[in-house]
Design a protein around this ligand. Structure first.
Ligand SMILES: NC(=O)c1ccc[n+]([C@@H]2O[C@H](COP(=O)([O-])OP(=O)(O)OC[C@H]3O[C@@H](n4cnc5c(N)ncnc54)[C@H](OP(=O)(O)O)[C@@H]3O)[C@@H](O)[C@H]2O)c1
Length: 211
């Protein structure tokens, strides 16, 4: 039993999100399930009563931010846990079959939706002991795996490269690497990269970065 602890779970109208919502509600948490449909909100409220404060919002639009802020402002002093769970199943899996429209749609929920919920909830994550943002991901979201994806075992190597803090128009104010130096480092690194595996995130001339 976790009296007075609160959790906001997105995509809580069905699937894993609903199971998470039930688990936290049964454990006594104040729970704010974010759902898209009013009937899901009514059903959850009827089942779980006063400690359940459903939020009806669509995370694929910025309007969700104000809706979440309002619900938090009216119902809790603080938030202990945010679980970004809402998501869509991808339709295609092979590179040749995926469309940019589908990527945009997935990005709009999995990335921007999580961003919107986190931006709205951040001011409430004030538990001085510990607060959590838990992003439900997937083995398919493993950056290291996807850096190779279906190129794994082929002649194509895939790397992510941080060029350094480069002194260009989009560089930061403390950028310290001239573009020509960054370019030369990448060129030099490529020689070694040809013998150096795949699916890694590197800063040429410096070393490997954690994913
Ligand atoms: N199932 C798996 O094996 C598996 C494996 C790895 C990762 N995951 C991840 O686990 C999470 C939950 O998956 P699941 O299997 O429970 O999926 P699911 O049963 O399809 O449920 C997805 C949930 O996300 C909600 N959602 C989708 N788009 C939304 C939007 N724009 N705004 C607000 N809510 C939205 C859905 O709401 P509606 O009811 O309104 O559609 C639904 O509640 C996802 O992030 C998924 O990628 C699942």
């Amino acid at each position: 039993m976790s009296a007075n602890r609160s959790v906001l779970i997105t995509g809580a109208g069905r699937g894993l999100g609903e199971a998470l919502q039930s688990a936290f509600a049964a454990d006594g948490w104040t729970n704010l399930p974010l759902v898209r449909k009013a009937e899901q909100s009514v059903r959850l409220k009827e089942r779980w009563g006063g400690a359940c404060v459903p939020i009806v919002a669509d995370l694929s639009s910025d309007g969700a931010i104000a809706t979440i802020e309002k619900a938090l402002g009216e119902n809790v002093q603080g938030l202990d846990v945010l679980i970004n769970n809402a998501g869509l199943g991808g339709k295609a899996s092979r590179l040749a079959d995926v469309t940019s429209g589908e990527i945009l749609e997935l990005f709009g929920v999995h990335c921007l939706g999580a961003f919107r919920a986190t931006q709205a909830a951040a001011p409430w994550l004030r538990n001085p002991d510990r607060a959590f943002v838990i992003n439900v991901s997937s083995r398919l979201g493993s950056l290291a795996r996807n850096a190779s994806g279906e190129f794994a075992g082929s002649n194509v190597s895939v790397f992510a490269v941080h060029p350094g803090k480069v002194q260009t128009a989009s560089g930061s104010s403390d950028a310290d690497v001239p573009p020509a130096v960054a370019a030369a480092r990448i060129l030099r690194w490529l020689d070694a990269a040809e013998r150096d595996g795949s699916a890694r995130f590197v800063e040429p001339g410096v070393g490997e970065l954690p994913w």
